[in-house]
Design a protein around this ligand. Structure first.
Ligand code: SF4
Length: 368
């Protein structure tokens, strides 16, 4: 396999941290012992993920945070909404820390609570049928709380199918936010026609109705929020064609945050966890083109030297906000804790925590 010329992603963040930083992190880690849990998302750069006690996707890390009762601090190497979720799920005494406050998520920023409240007013005026709000975990705690208050739930890419199916047992319409692609792909997967889905645009310049006549919402089964992931939207329907032509027999595996057109051309569609498990379990000599964040793709390639693993796009699709977490900022946060100081603590207020927990627990009880 090594003789095949593969599209290569830049190596920034894929080399170990400097010896000095590594030594300082290990010393702080030793001093903090069992008081600290470090969680790392699969999309983290290699020079950060090497220090994680536990690595996983959003669902894995949420569940691990929920069981973090025996620690004082969780340092979350991910993005802001993940640290918020961890704060909601951990007991009151646990402080959750984000190494760099600039690590946000462009998708989560595409739906704020005021916009969602406005949309709810429009939609509930447009129909007498019961609408169940579902938010992807990639959203603020305020949106999770909104779902808790209105009989809805959170979902991740691992359990979106189960959560949306559950929602249709509770009501006859679903409002899915903030990722239109996960919503569309999941609803299509459970048998809902594209014609029964409508896009709600929170930036509709003409009126506060999301870009549609009100009767459109009354007819639709699914109302999709106009949001997307700035990483996964880079994969284009031409990419699978290109890879298949170049490497006959290659299999295409993509994350459901990719567009419907890309997902329709894939051999396997699944969450980050499913991508990892599928490639790790595949036969030696198999070839995979992967439609997800490039740090994970590079890691899968390195950990599966008997297979060909390459990115689906001819360029690097990097989560630039998660990339802001660096070994240096992780080191500083850990050393502050050793000195008895906690910086970048993510705190969700009690009322929001109460309702967000309800929506998160509905999700945790449901799995595909
Ligand atoms: S990969 Fe996309 S959805 Fe995930 S944290 Fe980055 S911007 Fe947000």
């Amino acid at each position: 396999m090594s003789s095949i010329a593969l599209p290569v992603s830049p190596l920034i963040g894929n080399t170990p941290a400097s010896p000095e930083i590594r030594a300082r992190i290990h010393a702080a880690r030793k001093a903090l012992g069992n008081r600290l849990l470090v969680l790392g998302h699969h999309y983290q750069r290699d020079d950060v993920i090497e220090f994680a006690d536990f690595r996983g996707d959003s669902l894995d890390l949420s569940l691990r945070a929920a069981k973090a009762g025996d620690v004082e601090f969780v340092i979350f190497c991910g993005v802001h909404f993940m640290a918020e979720t961890a704060d909601v799920l951990t007991p009151d005494g646990v402080q959750v820390i984000l190494p760099d406050m600039r690590a946000g998520c462009s998708m989560a920023d595409m739906a704020d609570i005021d916009q969602v409240e406005d949309a709810w007013e429009v939609l509930t005026a447009a129909t007498s049928e019961r609408i169940i709000p579902i938010t992807y975990i990639n959203s603020t705690a305020a949106l999770k709380a909104f779902c808790g208050r209105h009989g809805g739930a959170v979902c991740t890419s691992s359990n979106a199918r189960a959560v949306v199916s559950w929602a249709f047992e509770q009501g006859s319409k679903v409002l899915f936010f903030p990722d239109q692609h996960l919503g569309r792909n999941t609803c299509h997967d459970i048998g809902i026609a594209l014609d029964d889905m409508v896009l709600y645009d929170p930036h509709d310049p003409h009126e506060r109705s999301g870009g549609n006549q009100l009767e459109v919402y009354d007819r639709a089964k699914v109302i999709l929020w106009r949001g997307h992931c700035s990483v996964h939207q880079n994969f284009a329907p031409s990419h699978p064609d290109m890879l298949r032509q170049r490497y006959p027999g290659i299999r295409i595996i993509v994350h459901p945050e990719c567009s419907f057109e890309v997902v329709q051309k894939a051999d396997v569609v699944g969450s980050t966890r499913k991508i990892v498990e599928t490639i790790n379990a595949s036969e030696p000599g198999s070839m995979w083109a992967v439609g997800t964040e490039h740090h994970l793709v590079n890691r899968l390639r390195n950990e599966n030297p008997d297979k060909m693993v390459t990115t689906l796009a001819p360029f690097a699709c990097q989560c630039s906000t998660m990339f802001r977490i660096a070994p240096e900022s992780l080191c500083e946060r850990m050393e502050e804790l050793v000195r008895g100081e906690a910086h970048n603590v993510i705190t969700v207020d009690k009322e929001t925590t109460h309702w967000a927990t309800i929506a998160l627990n509905r999700m945790i009880d449901m799995r595909d």
